[in-house]
Design a protein around this ligand. Structure first.
Ligand SMILES: NC(=O)c1ccc[n+]([C@@H]2O[C@H](COP(=O)([O-])OP(=O)(O)OC[C@H]3O[C@@H](n4cnc5c(N)ncnc54)[C@H](OP(=O)(O)O)[C@@H]3O)[C@@H](O)[C@H]2O)c1
Length: 285
């Protein structure tokens, strides 16, 4: 198994490179721009992988609203280039997608057979990417995940933002009417490996089980990390964000089982702050 991991310097990409170990071929943005069909063809044909995982994305949700051309180019159009080359190589294409393909109206965790109805450009561009894969890729997996924490990346996760703002300002406003499935990047990467190694191709929801509001999640983090400060509950509309967000985007699955998000937080804290976890973070408050 030779697994080309596109977006290898991203948060999930890095974790996938670790998890696939010697089978992985890290493909950075510098090596390959997925929006350039010639680059996709020449790099992938040379690497000759058996599996291509696309963890590259344009995903700051508000910026996607302001730059829809970029969002559709990276998250939708590029998937056609990848599908075409994978077909020529007889390689399996794995597309990482998002909980934001849903509108958030269901009120219970979304399962694989629920109907997407994106309400912002990011979600729409990813859903269109999924449709491109279904239409053009020969053998593929579509793996939706959500609210990733842990690992390393250029963009801050929700957890990073909470910890940084509480440390810097001593308070944070969090939506009590937005419900998510917080998901540990290490659990997603391991599950992706398991799925592509052992399961038939198809669509999978890959998030830690259970769900929580952003407000309650922040309180939980403060407790486990012993962070002092104030979390102010607000409504989503009070945050004046550019893009609309689904209010309930928790993912469930009728195909796989993932550990509970609280258990995932516990393992993340232990692995990240194994020596006196709390003091390191709470000290500056
Ligand atoms: N993070 C979350 O909470 C979350 C939630 C749901 C779903 N997901 C999905 O999970 C996947 C991975 O997300 P992530 O958080 O790991 O993203 P990330 O940390 O932002 O990493 C994205 C990677 O894509 C690369 N990239 C961007 N444009 C590219 C292009 N045109 N060609 C090649 N590479 C390009 C970036 O490289 P440079 O930085 O060098 O540009 C970066 O390495 C995405 O499909 C996302 O939709 C993430």
């Amino acid at each position: 198994m030779k697994v080309a991991i596109i977006g290898a310097t991203g948060r999930l990409g890095k974790e996938l490179v670790n998890v696939f170990g010697t089978n992985s071929i890290p493909v950075t943005h510098e090596m390959l721009d997925i929006t350039n069909p010639r680059s996709v063809e020449s790099v992938l044909m040379k690497l000759n992988p058996t599996i291509v995982i696309n963890a590259a994305v344009y995903h700051p949700t508000d910026l996607c609203e302001l730059h829809p051309d970029r969002a559709f180019l990276v998250n939708t159009v590029a998937l056609k280039y990848l599908a075409d080359v994978c077909n020529r190589l007889d390689a399996t294409l794995v597309f990482i997608s998002t909980d934001y393909v849903f509108d958030g109206e269901k009120g219970t965790p979304y399962l694989e057979d629920d109907r997407p109805n994106p309400i912002n450009i990011y979600g729409l561009s990813k859903f269109m990417g999924e449709r491109i894969i279904c239409q053009y890729a020969g053998r593929y997996y579509i793996i939706r995940t959500s609210a990733i924490f842990g690992g390393e990346g250029k963009h801050k996760t929700l957890v990073d933002k909470v910890v940084a703002q509480l440390r810097d300002k001593g308070y944070i406003r969090m939506a009590r009417d937005v419900v998510i499935s917080p998901t540990y990047v290490n659990d997603v990467a391991n599950m992706i490996k398991d799925i592509v190694s052992n399961m038939e191709p198809g669509l999978f929801h890959c998030a830690n089980s259970g769900y929580v509001s952003c407000y309650e999640f922040t309180k939980h983090l403060m407790e486990v990390l012993d962070i002092k400060g104030e979390v102010v509950p607000v409504e989503l509309t009070e945050l004046n964000l550019i893009a609309r967000r689904p209010k309930f985007s928790a993912l469930g699955s009728n195909k796989i089982r993932m550990p509970d998000w609280r258990d995932a937080i516990h393992r993340w804290v232990n692995s990240t702050y194994s020596e006196e976890p709390c003091r390191e973070i709470s000290h500056p408050l």
